[in-house]
Design a protein around this ligand. Sequence first.
Ligand SMILES: Nc1nc2c(ncn2[C@@H]2O[C@H](COP(=O)(O)OP(=O)(O)O)[C@@H](O)[C@H]2O)c(=O)[nH]1
Ligand SMILES: [Mg+2]
Length: 196
Amino acid sequence: MPEIIFTGRSNVGKSSLIRALSGKKVPVGKRPGVTLAPLRLRFADLTITDMPGFGFMSGVDEKKRERIKDVIVKYIEDGAAEILLAVLVVDARSFSEVVDRWRARDEIPVEVEMFEFLHELDLDVVVAVNKMDNVSDRDEVLDGIAQRLGMFPPWRQWTDVIAPVSAKKGDVGAISSLIKGRLHSAKRDDLLRFIR
Ligand SMILES: Nc1nc2c(ncn2[C@@H]2O[C@H](COP(=O)(O)OP(=O)(O)O)[C@@H](O)[C@H]2O)c(=O)[nH]1
Ligand SMILES: [Mg+2]
């Protein structure tokens, strides 16, 4: 049974994106850190999973952040065989700045770590760059994100991996196409109807 997971920091818009793509009323804008368990949504044979947000959240202590990360890692490792696609959701406006801040401290940025972890498990990974409505210099922002994830710019070379979207505006065509393409390649056209 194919599964598509949405993972990323808290507040990047994972739930909003799932809501826009599937029409399911996933809770949006909930105080982050409250949910530890992955939220699994079923659409016939397809499972779409809203993973708990990782990384910094105000009001969530270090210990709980570590616990959340452990839950995410274990869930993905255990389920890797079923995961058809992993969608890493990032915030268009803050991603590069946050990554640079971590690197300046000689630390591996948590999102880069997650991206690499997903690849180590041999998963098919795409990056949904959300909140594009917040940026004006689209290509510059997307080139910067591609580069920081190890993809040589221009980002246009990576349109099979990088999907600029705005869940808020309902502008999710780029990620919708990537997901549908993967379902088609997996010979699961029967599941296309669940994705808008
Ligand atoms: N500007 C903007 N805000 C968004 C977008 N998508 C989600 N948000 C807002 O970001 C906040 C967090 O969204 P949510 O889906 O709960 O994020 P999650 O914690 O990753 O699941 C909410 O206030 C959303 O309304 C977007 O495309 N643009
Ligand atoms: Mg959420």
